[in-house]
Ligand binder design. Structure first.
Ligand SMILES: [Fe+2]
Length: 283
């Protein structure tokens, strides 16, 4: 199975009165999403903040662009996607599910909703009791089969920036009570912090993907029975990168991160998915 994954896209409405801005916006996102979608994959995934404010025009336009190729696209909700409307309203426009899982044969894929609804002053993440119970049941049922989680917010105190206030799932969300029950390998993808980072804690690998306006790129994951291999594809086309300075001058609610790009070890990883021999029962 092959997965193609993007970080925070922040597709945004622009003031058409500013000379050149609308053209720059359309070229940047059109060319970047063109590259993303032309990459073969079984699933194309957004780690949230697909849009900048979750306005109807942002959600409709980016959904339309993503439908230009016949790809299976999955969007997990980010806090920016929910700035101006409810989850129900956003999901109605995008046609996505709030949270769900997919049995990919040799691995279980889990898509979480960690975002709060219409809380502009609190972009931090949360998981309610119902979703935690749902996640726990999946982790327990997975046994030694690898579980790969896709979420917008990082787990607190894992990847770079996840220790900041509102930079992660709230520290009181008891997600480790669930993660620590996983036998075998767990992998957790997230956006939100706008910086590349890979951190391993216990049997979980946390992979954080930077935002596309800071580092135009996407991840490609080759998922085999016993192996997970992730690489980063940089998008260096002039039709993408030349428009970034202008977009950043005018975008609202977006903090550019000059340190978004990580080292190679923050952008590529190879993980064995063989069940840990220590966990196998020895008679
Ligand atoms: Fe973001």
């Amino acid at each position: 199975m092959k997965l193609v994954i993007m970080g925070d896209l922040h597709y945004h409405d622009v003031d058409p009165g500013i000379p050149g801005l609308l053209v720059a916006r359309n070229l940047f996102y059109g060319n970047l999403l063109g590259r993303f979608l032309q990459t073969e994959g079984d699933l194309h995934i957004s780690l949230g903040d697909l849009t900048n404010t979750g306005s109807a025009t942002e959600l409709r336009e980016v959904s339309e662009m993503l439908r230009r190729r016949n790809r299976t696209f999955i969007h997990v909700l980010g806090n920016h996607d929910l700035y101006t409307r409810t989850k129900r309203e956003v999901l109605e426009i995008t046609g996505q599910q709030q949270y769900h899982m997919l049995d990919a044969g040799s691995s279980i894929l889990v898509f979480l909703d960690t975002a709060r609804e219409m809380e502009l002053s609190n972009g931090g993440g949360w998981l309610d009791e119902e979703q935690l119970e749902w996640l726990e049941a999946i982790v327990l049922a997975s046994g030694t089969k690898p579980v790969i989680i896709f979420a917008h917010h990082p787990v607190h105190n894992t990847t770079i920036g996840s220790d900041r206030v509102k930079g992660s799932l709230h520290p009181e969300v008891p997600i480790w009570n669930i993660l620590k029950q996983k036998q075998g390998t767990g992998i957790y993808f997230n956006g939100h912090a706008h910086a590349d980072s890979i951190v391993t804690q216990q049997n979980w690998t946390f992979i954080q993907v930077s935002a596309c306006l800071d580092q135009p790129a996407y991840r490609v994951v080759e998922l085999e029975k016993n192996r997970f291999q992730m690489t980063t594809i940089d998008v260096t086309d002039a039709g993408v990168v030349t428009h970034i300075p202008m977009l950043k001058r005018h975008i609202l609610y977006y903090n550019s991160n000059p340190d978004a790009r990580g080292k190679d070890a923050d952008r590529q990883i190879d993980i064995s998915l063989r069940p840990n021999r220590r966990l196998q029962k020895i008679d």
